[in-house]
Design a protein around this ligand. Structure first.
Ligand code: NAI
Ligand code: MG
Length: 334
């Protein structure tokens, strides 16, 4: 097995090496290939995603990605490397589970998965601004083909994970054409899986229920932007962003990439929570390499570490241990 390892920016530099140490403890034969991407990479190599990185990721078909710092203003030569890489490897679904974990910040009984379409919507990043700078537009693209293949993957995953219900989330009341298409196609696909219940919610209502009663959700099928926002909300119930894993998944490629970003406020201090990155890697091992026993061992080790009360500062300042020490504890539980 080959793995392309991209640390990226900020806490990516800390949580990816932690996850790699854990990986080497369970699968020592995986061949690691390190590559560059991100904002620092732009400054150093003139591009946020060098061709060598794309080639390596394409050859390995499996990637660990830490985080990329994306400025909220236009920067010459910059684009989001992760969005580009997701599209390049055709990882057309982004799977983001939230499950109760034994920490005080996690909500008991929550066990849900947000599955987010990963290639279209506003994330095609096609923006225009007129000459006097007073008007900007952004393209939102929804296609039947992309929605269909993504919905099938979601329902198949629901079936494998023995989930009972898929909730389609959209805003078709305001956008009856684009979100209307998404909704229609998702419902059509849902009809082909009669063993799984399907219902639907408008995204604002879904947000309300995500805060008020998150245990009512099982699997959420939604478009790119809504999925981004709802999965960060859901992450709060799993114990916080430091604990929220994600997997970009396609037919023959996967990118393990936590929900969180570069976390510049804590980067470089050795205090980042590596759980999200370790659990993202666990998802790659389960869903892409198809090694459920190894994935189960990893999950059990993380849960045992947290059950012992070991935690990083994002969970609780009192008694917090470093990224490195937390990782040691996980490895000792394997
Ligand atoms: P963020 O997810 O980086 O941080 C939000 C909050 O969560 C911060 O208080 C941070 O300290 C905390 N946090 C995040 N990960 C943590 C961890 N592993 N352990 C402990 N605490 C953690 O989101 P923010 O601050 O909005 O964005 C920072 C940068 O990251 C931006 O440039 C943004 O564009 C980028 N970003 C990149 C993503 C990616 O590469 N996939 C995803 C989200 C944001
Ligand atoms: Mg996000």
């Amino acid at each position: 097995m080959e793995l392309c390892v991209i640390l990226g920016d900020g806490v990516g530099q800390e949580v990816v090496p932690a996850a790699v140490r854990v990986l080497q403890a369970v699968l020592p034969d995986v061949r690691l290939h390190y590559a560059n991407a991100g904002y620092d990479c732009l400054k150093e190599h003139g591009t946020p995603l060098p061709d060598e990185t794309v080639e390596l990721a394409t050859r390995c078909r499996a990637v660990l990605f830490g985080a990329a710092d994306s400025p909220s203003f236009p920067v010459e030569g910059y684009y989001s490397p992760i969005i580009r890489l997701r599209r390049h490897l055709k990882t057309y679904a982004n799977v983001r589970p939230t499950r109760h974990l034994p920490v005080p910040t996690s909500r008991f009984g929550v066990d849900l998965v947000v599955v987010r379409e990963n290639t279209e919507d506003l994330y095609v990043v096609d923006e225009q601004t007129d000459a006097d700078g007073g008007r900007s537009t952004a393209q939102k693209i929804i296609t039947r083909d992309a929605t269909e293949r993504f919905a099938h993957l979601t329902y198949q995953m629901a079936r494998r994970a023995e989930r009972e219900r898929v909730t389609i989330v959209h805003k078709a009341n305001i956008l009856p054409q684009s979100d209307g298409l998404f909704r229609r196609v998702a419902l059509e696909v849902g009809e082909q899986y009669p063993d799984i219940q399907t219902d639907e919610l408008l995204v604002d209502t879904a947000a309300y229920w995500m805060v008020k009663e998150p245990t009512r959700f099982d699997m959420i099928l939604t478009s790119n932007l809504y999925g981004d926002i709802l999965s960060d909300m859901a992450a709060a119930w799993g114990g916080g962003l430091g604990m929220a894993p994600a997997l970009n998944l396609g037919d023959d490629a996967a990118i393990a990439e936590p929900v969180h970003g570069a976390a510049p406020d804590i980067a470089g201090q050795g205090i980042a929570n590596p759980t999200a990155m370790i659990m993202s890697m666990m998802m790659l091992i389960r869903h892409h390499w198809h090694l459920p026993e190894v994935a189960d061992r990893l999950r059990a080790a993380v849960r045992a570490t947290l059950s012992d009360g070991d935690h990083t500062a994002d969970i609780m300042m009192e008694g917090a241990i470093s990224t490195e020490m937390f990782t040691d504890r996980v490895i000792s539980h394997l």
